[in-house]
Design a protein around this ligand. Structure first.
Ligand SMILES: *[C@@H]1O[C@H](CO)[C@@H](O)[C@H](O)[C@H]1NC(C)=O
Ligand SMILES: *[C@@H]1O[C@H](CO)[C@@H](O)[C@H](O)[C@H]1NC(C)=O
Ligand SMILES: *[C@@H]1O[C@H](CO)[C@@H](O)[C@H](O)[C@H]1NC(C)=O
Ligand SMILES: *[C@@H]1O[C@H](CO)[C@@H](O)[C@H](O)[C@H]1NC(C)=O
Ligand SMILES: *[C@@H]1O[C@H](CO)[C@@H](O)[C@H](O)[C@H]1NC(C)=O
Ligand SMILES: *[C@@H]1O[C@H](CO)[C@@H](O)[C@H](O)[C@H]1NC(C)=O
Ligand SMILES: *[C@@H]1O[C@H](CO)[C@@H](O)[C@H](O)[C@H]1NC(C)=O
Ligand SMILES: *[C@@H]1O[C@H](CO)[C@@H](O)[C@H](O)[C@H]1NC(C)=O
Length: 348
């Protein structure tokens, strides 16, 4: 039994010396869906003529390894092409690669004297791409790594986020970086990985207050202040604060919930309002919004006082004019009389 085996090995190795099969790359790696070429050359004793060539696939069948011609395997139908010749080139091309094309491939040729097969094989690896993000749960500010997994190493990985190229697979996560990422091999962008969602958590940003009523708020009317924010996860706690017009430093809590309804407005509602938005990551404040309630009563008083003052002034003006005019007349008469007196005195 052992002797037979040794003889077989010797038959393959030495009996027919002078022939060889050489593979340019014995461990090619190819992308699923792409094509691969096995560059191969073969040699044999001068004077022999090659009659037939074939590529075989190493197949585990019925408990042992056997070699089956690709032309006998239905799954390779129309997918492989012998691009070599009957001289010294034994190259093979396989298209539309599937992951299960991974395996051992052998070259076989037959001359008018001997049938020979390659002792060595090409081991083809076909890989798909699998996009991963680390860590899986990310908060704004964390460092991120994108990893494009493959079962064999292909050069030139590129990344896309929602269809746009990503500059670097390592970065500091920002709120805007949330999205769907996928990787591809340069030149094979049409065969990308499945997308992976990157969900970056961040505290409320862009917190702002919308006032339901613009313009003057009159006493007794109502107004809604609505707080909005961008947050992930969504803001779940809203707190409202109010400060006086002159000082926002000492603000008091005046409500909660996304909408602050101010009904039956009073002058005392006038003030600076701000809303604080909070989620599990953190909190942030809106800018302050000034709410002014028109103080109708006081206005009326001011208006009335104003009118009163005007009426009084308008009545006073003619009186003043008359008084001034009268005074001038009187003083003219006085002067005459005085000068007369003076003359009288001086002549006396
Ligand atoms: C092929 O074999 C011949 C003789 O057997 C030898 O002279 C020649 O160099 C070989 N060619 C290659 C490419 O190995
Ligand atoms: C597997 O081997 C058994 C016996 O060892 C044989 O009867 C059967 O035909 C073989 N099947 C194939 C597909 O070669
Ligand atoms: C074999 O033929 C292919 C296709 O024609 C060619 O690309 C390759 O360079 C050749 N290889 C050798 C070793 O001559
Ligand atoms: C290889 O996988 C493809 C698709 O995944 C399938 O259609 C084919 O039958 C498989 N071939 C073999 C030999 O299992
Ligand atoms: C916050 O607002 C700015 C400017 O409008 C915008 O560019 C940014 O995308 C917003 N941030 C979020 C998380 O929506
Ligand atoms: C609050 O939000 C602003 C922009 O809306 C942002 O620049 C700032 O960093 C946030 N503060 C905190 C503590 O998250
Ligand atoms: C404020 O909101 C409540 C319900 O959210 C609504 O019934 C009311 O009409 C709103 N008031 C104003 C002034 O928009
Ligand atoms: C938001 O405003 C409240 C009330 O003035 C204050 O206590 C809190 O520190 C502020 N938060 C931030 C992040 O500025």
């Amino acid at each position: 039994m052992i002797t037979v085996l040794v003889l077989l090995i010797m038959a393959e190795g030495t009996l027919s010396s002078g022939w060889s099969v050489t593979f340019e790359n014995k461990n090619p790696c190819a992308l699923k869906g792409s094509s691969v070429e096995f560059r191969c050359s073969y040699n044999y004793t001068d004077g022999e003529t090659v009659r037939e060539t074939a590529w075989q696939r190493g197949t585990f069948k019925n408990g042992s390894w056997t070699r089956v011609k690709l032309s006998d395997l239905p799954s390779y139908e129309n997918r492989f092409k012998y691009i070599g010749d009957l001289q010294h080139n034994c190259s093979l091309a396989i298209h539309d690669l599937q992951e299960n094309d991974t395996g051992y491939y052998y070259f076989w040729f037959d001359t008018d004297k001997y049938g020979r097969r390659s002792k060595e094989s090409v081991y083809l690896s076909v890989t798909g791409l699998s996009a991963r993000v680390y860590p899986e749960r990310v908060r704004a500010g964390d460092s991120m790594t994108l990893e494009c997994r493959m079962s064999c190493q292909l050069p030139g990985t590129v990344w896309f986020k929602d269809g746009h190229p990503v500059a670097k697979p390592q970065f500091q996560a920002q709120a805007e970086d949330s999205g769907n990422y996928l990787c591809a091999v340069e030149g094979h962008e049409s065969e990308p990985s499945d997308p992976v969602a990157l969900d970056i958590q961040y505290p409320p940003l862009n917190v702002s207050i919308e006032v339901s009523h613009t313009g003057h708020l009159t006493k007794g009317s109502s107004v809604n202040l609505t707080c909005s924010s961008a947050a992930n996860p969504a803001t779940d706690i809203y707190t409202w604060y109010k400060g006086t017009v002159f000082s926002s430093s000492s603000m008091l809590q005046v409500g909660s919930g996304q909408v602050l309804s101010l009904v039956s407005l009073e002058a005392s509602h006038t003030g600076l309002y701000l809303c604080q938005a909070r989620n599990s990551v953190g909190e942030n404040n809106s800018t302050e919004v000034l709410v002014t309630v028109n103080q109708t009563d006081i206005n009326r008083v001011i208006l009335l006082v104003g009118i009163g003052v005007k009426v009084v002034i308008m009545l006073l003006i003619p009186l003043v004019i008359i008084w001034v005019w009268k005074k001038r007349c009187n003083s003219a008469v006085d002067k005459k009389e005085h000068s007369h007196d003076y003359e009288n005195i001086s002549t006396a």
